[in-house]
Design a protein around this ligand. Structure first.
Ligand code: GLY
Length: 381
């Protein structure tokens, strides 16, 4: 017999977590105005920490837009606009592969709430800038690391390329988005649905050479956050392209996450929460991967046609949220902790942000809460 958590108090737990998230973000910007911390150190936002790459500056503004949408409080809108404007110039940034993370969370939400044409143009420009990363030899959007490098993370940033292509009728941009997804599917997603973090290509011939990793354990292992970028990103890519191969891939990646992670009471890190890498001999919880999985699984549940599969993904997302809203993860009972979610990991191999709050974990947790709260009434759970 399976022993899954009782979700009868989930609605209440999520409302409490959303209210706590608002308080933590308000306190963060009061204490660190106009700053973009990426991870905490001993629970305090760490401003001077090494960033490796700058990809998180959209997440505070993104949370503020979600709070504004839910509360309609003018103060949240004013803060959300301000924190979005602080990153406006990044729409032209060609040094990172993260313009989806930056602009989908901020300017796309802003546009959706206001219909402001100038804001839509910023989203399109960011998508066009991302499209410039395309390597014709190899057929992928290159990572920030080097021309020969493809990251699984970029699946979360290809959505903005699709958006820009479809909004502006740019067929070449659409080809680049489609080809990037098919290349990632071919070389980074394995037959069992697991994913590699990175692929390395020969720049002269475009030949795929090998799988690799930065944040996972080994080249041939499964870094949990990469798996969640894949399940979420392929779902988004399918919703833009309607290419059934991309939905199959999203499902394979989601099913692998579900197979590898215990959802039962007594699971090592709590039901639905993975380690940093499923293959690593010594493992620690990675709560940000769980938050991304919850948000992506809710999208996948809304995308698949089969009722049984849709219910399976929805239920998994709700179990994850139930766990993350508990005292082991939610920091509301940890005095002095400045983040929302505890036990995230940024870069284990570099020792950055290990067992801490991480800014994208906060954002995808709030996003998943928002989606789930919109879906549920307490009576339905
Ligand atoms: N570089 C994105 C991540 O750490 O998942």
């Amino acid at each position: 017999m399976f022993n899954y958590p009782d979700l009868s108090d989930l609605h209440q737990r999520m409302q409490r977590a959303m209210a706590f998230s608002e308080r933590q973000v308000a306190a963060m910007i009061e204490k660190y105005p106009d700053q973009f911390p990426m991870y905490t150190r001993n629970g305090r936002w760490h401003l001077a920490g090494e960033t490796w790459t700058n990809w998180c500056e959209g997440f505070p503004g993104g949370m503020m837009w979600i709070f504004y949408k839910r509360t309609q409080e003018p103060a949240w809108r004013q803060r959300a606009e301000h924190y979005s404007r602080l990153i406006e110039e990044r729409q032209h940034d060609r040094t990172v592969h993260d313009l989806g993370f930056l602009f989908w969370s901020t300017y796309k939400r802003w546009y959706d709430l206001t219909g402001d044409e100038a804001i839509r143009q910023t989203v399109i420009t960011a998508g066009r800038t991302m499209g410039m990363r395309f390597k014709e030899k190899g057929q992928y959007l290159r990572s920030f690391v080097a021309d020969d490098s493809l990251f699984i993370d970029i699946m979360m940033n290809v959505g903005i390329v699709y958006y820009a292509a479809l909004q502006s009728g740019d067929k070449e941009l659409l080809r680049r988005a489609n080809q990037h997804c098919l290349t990632t599917r071919r070389y980074l997603v394995r037959g069992d649905g697991s994913t590699a973090h990175e692929g390395i290509f020969d720049l002269h011939s475009g030949e795929f050479l090998r799988q690799s990793t930065h944040q996972g354990w080994r080249s041939d292992s499964s870094w949990a956050r990469g798996q969640t970028w894949a399940l979420y990103g392929f779902t988004t890519a399918y919703n833009f392209s309607h290419d059934s191969r991309l939905l199959e891939t999203a499902r394979a990646c989601a099913d692998y996450y579900l197979e590898q992670t215990s959802f039962e009471m007594g699971a090592p890190f709590g039901p639905g929460v993975p380690p940093n890498d499923w293959f690593a001999p010594q493992s620690q919880a990675e709560s940000s991967a769980a938050a991304i999985a919850a948000s992506g699984l809710l999208d996948l549940s809304a995308t698949v046609q089969e009722r049984h599969a849709s219910e399976k993904y929805r239920q998994a997302a709700l179990i994850i949220l139930h766990t993350l809203c508990g005292a082991d993860y939610l920091a509301d009972e940890t005095p002095g902790w400045e983040g929302i979610l505890k036990h995230g990991i940024y870069h284990l191999n570099k020792g950055l942000g290990v067992d801490e709050s991480v800014m994208w974990g906060e954002y995808f947790f709030v996003e998943a809460l928002d989606k789930a709260l919109s879906l549920l009434t307490s009576a339905e759970v």
